[in-house]
Write a protein that binds this ligand. Structure first.
Ligand code: PMV
Length: 315
């Protein structure tokens, strides 16, 4: 028995936290959950806390910090956590989102906490804010309501977008997002502009999703992504998550869209490019990205389900 959770891609991004220690985002966000990649996590009572990620013992601050916070509410025994990602870890593919969502789901199940999905989302958010969204499938929002639990916006089958992910590096990122966000808040002259325009972007994206208006969603999502990277670039020292292949892959996506293929890009705190395609266009985008210089490989994904328990030995 193990918990499975998938990474998600924010189409309206969050970057920056509110002051305080509660891990509350400074901006609302809207995401899609991916089906093709996942974290699988198992927890068991043990004699001391130990965390294994992909088989290696690690002192993962997010995992240990989240367990410590849960212990303030429940009497959990010492835990051994086995977590495995079937994709590069800490490289801009949201491994902390799927990781924290899977961890809370696994602890909830193993110790009979009986948490509602929204409560699991709030707990996952305390570990990694984007993890709140991975508790749900399809299109998901995260905003200042219900203790910043995420909320499902639209079912994955209602608008089955496809995503081609161009992997341009397997290396872990140099600046973890929590540190980068704090640095942006403290040093970027663009931070206030970022937070004061986020609500409008969020509202526009929500409407575009509910009305399935692809072009409107594409415009707002690329704008939100590039605005976040402008914020990162204007941070001191600058946060530069792209490499040459990232830029080349973004150009490929723009070229496809200009030629009439419904596809837009999204890039997070890492060098991978996610091409979000209208239903039926994923293979074409994947083929074009695979031909792009510097792209190591491309994976394609449908939209996925939220974090859940699965029978079996894996994990
Ligand atoms: O989940 P965190 O706190 O590590 O931050 C994730 C930030 C981005 O992935 C860049 C944007 C987002 O909204 O997911």
């Amino acid at each position: 028995m193990f918990a499975i959770a998938h990474p998600n891609v924010a189409l309206v991004k969050y970057w920056g936290k509110q002051p305080g220690t509660a891990n509350i985002p400074a901006t609302p966000s809207l995401s899609i959950t991916l089906d093709a990649i996942a974290t699988r996590t198992r927890v068991e009572a043990a004699t001391e806390d130990r965390v294994f990620i992909n088989g290696s013992a690690v002192a993962d601050a997010k995992v240990l910090g989240l367990i410590a916070q849960m212990r303030e509410v429940w009497q959990l025994p010492p835990l051994v956590v086995h977590s495995a990602n079937d994709f590069p870890t800490g490289a801009g593919l949201a491994s902390s989102a799927s990781g924290c969502a899977a961890l809370v789901t696994a602890i909830d199940h193993a110790f009979g906490l009986n948490l509602a999905r929204a409560e699991r989302s709030t707990w996952a958010r305390r570990g990694s804010a984007s993890a709140a969204r991975s508790v749900f499938g399809g299109f998901v929002t995260l905003e200042a309501k219900a203790d910043w639990a995420a909320t499902p916006l639209l079912n994955k089958d209602a608008w089955p977008l496809e995503v081609a992910v161009a992997i341009t590096s397997d290396a872990a990122k140099r600046t973890p997002s929590t540190i980068g966000m704090e640095s942006s808040r403290a040093t970027s002259p663009f931070f206030d502009a970022w937070t004061s325009t986020a609500t409008e972007d969020f509202g526009a994206a929500q409407r575009a999703v509910l009305e399935r208006r692809y072009d409107a969603l594409a415009d707002i999502a690329e704008h939100s992504c590039l605005k976040m990277h402008a914020l990162m670039l204007s941070t001191r020292p600058a946060l530069m998550y792209w490499n040459e292949a990232t830029v080349a892959a973004m150009a490929t996506v723009r070229r496809l869209r200009e030629a009439g293929t419904p596809v837009f890009f999204s890039v997070d705190a890492g060098p991978q490019v996610k091409a979000v395609c209208a239903p039926g266009c994923g293979e074409e985008a994947a083929a074009a990205l695979a031909q792009t210089p510097g792209v190591l490989r491309v994976l394609t994904s449908a939209l996925g389900d939220g974090a859940r328990i699965v029978e079996g030995e894996d994990g």
